[in-house]
Design a protein around this ligand. Structure first.
Ligand SMILES: Cc1cc2nc3c(=O)[nH]c(=O)nc-3n(C[C@H](O)[C@H](O)[C@H](O)COP(=O)(O)OP(=O)(O)OC[C@H]3O[C@@H](n4cnc5c(N)ncnc54)[C@H](O)[C@@H]3O)c2cc1C
Length: 329
């Protein structure tokens, strides 16, 4: 089964074999809210072994889907495709492949979509990506590429029966001048054919609820599409600060003070205390999001299973056979 990037789609209906994320969430059985997890392509053999330990642990816990990020500037293109393909072929998990427009011509983007399709992947999270080097630096479109994620949503939809998700931003995207602007263009991506969005990580549930309200008020039909909140169980203050910095975001000041107190003033942060606070916080956020009717909880895992598993257990979202022996983090 091969994908033809010129004609755009194969005649064999490759992209229809897997369920969509929206269907998977809707058909999640029982009274439990579904959850999902985000992985990243591993850098080396050790990291790959760690990823697979996490994958096998989560497989037992039954996520609705798992997503695989696409490295900044397309830097992990081959690894993302390979590992996402392996998730599709060698596990019981439903993978969502991230795809970013940055540094790619439309021809390369079509070929990427084809590479996913050839591996039986029909769920794609479509993103613009950030400039390579300095993610907060000036955005420059590839001369033969696309300017905004919205165009890539259209392109992927035109290529076949793909199920497309997009990014949303509870605090507004850092390049959007205000929340009204941010809402307008999120709705444009949804109108272009995205079926759901996954949010950037956030730490104040009110920001998520206000995003949901803004989208519904702007366009009730698009507002009915799932906005899946992304939760980061913090285990290292230094690494979460770095991630927030790269996404033009920050911790709310009150929380910053709590994490600072937990980290202590020594040369090394008190990892145990930071982790305990991070797990408590992720659990509290999960409880509130469940009470507020979030459609699914999506966890950033950094390819470790333990912290997310603990949060899931505390939320009562694990099956009775529990967590196994994942590497601690
Ligand atoms: C859940 C999630 C997963 C992510 N995964 C990855 C990943 O795997 N790899 C990676 O490199 N990055 C990833 N990112 C980061 C993402 O690529 C960046 O946040 C990027 O800056 C924005 O991407 P976008 O798809 O939202 O862009 P867009 O939707 O194109 O928006 C970019 C900016 O342009 C504005 N805008 C959009 N459309 C228009 C328009 N038509 N006219 C004028 N202005 C417009 C928006 O308001 C926004 O300010 C992820 C983000 C999230 C939330």
């Amino acid at each position: 089964m091969t994908f033809d990037p010129v004609r755009g789609r194969s005649s064999e209906g490759w992209a229809t074999r897997t369920p969509s994320i929206v269907d998977r969430i809707a058909s999640s059985t029982g009274s439990r809210i579904p959850f999902s997890v985000e992985f990243s392509p591993p850098r080396d053999a050790d990291a790959e072994a760690r990823l697979w330990r996490a994958v096998r642990t989560f497989e037992r816990l039954g996520p609705a889907f798992v997503s695989m990020t696409y490295g900044a500037g397309g830097s992990t293109r081959d690894r993302t495709v390979r590992v996402t393909g392996e998730l599709a072929e060698e596990t019981t998990l439903l993978p969502v492949a991230h795809l970013t427009a940055v540094s790619h011509s439309t021809e390369e983007l079509r070929a990427m979509v084809g590479a996913y399709a050839d591996r039986g992947i029909s769920n794609i999270l479509v993103l613009r990506g950030d400039p390579p080097g300095d993610p907060l630096g000036e955005w420059k479109k590839h001369p033969e590429g696309v300017e905004y994620a919205e165009e890539l949503v259209r392109m992927v939809r035109d290529l076949g029966d793909f199920h497309v998700g997009v990014a949303s931003f509870p605090e507004g995207h850092y390049r959007a001048p205000d929340l009204a602007y941010d809402t307008k263009y999120l709705v444009s991506k949804l109108r272009a054919g995205a079926e759901y969005s996954i949010t950037q990580m956030f730490f104040d549930v009110e920001d998520y609820l206000r995003l949901r309200d803004r989208v519904s008020a702007y366009d009730a039909e698009q507002g009915a599409k799932p906005i899946i909140p992304e939760i980061m169980p913090v285990t290292s203050l230094r690494s979460v600060r770095r991630m927030l910095e790269l996404s033009g975001s920050s911790l709310p000041p009150a929380l910053e003070r709590r994490f600072d107190a937990a980290a202590g003033s020594g040369p090394e942060e008190n990892r145990a205390a930071v982790r305990e606070l991070g797990i408590d916080l992720a659990t509290e956020m999960g409880e509130r999001l469940i009470a507020e009717g979030a459609p699914c909880l999506h966890f950033i895992t950094l390819n470790f299973a333990r912290a997310t598993s603990e949060v899931l257990e505390r939320l009562g979202l694990t099956p009775d056979t529990s967590v196994g022996t994942a590497q601690a983090v």
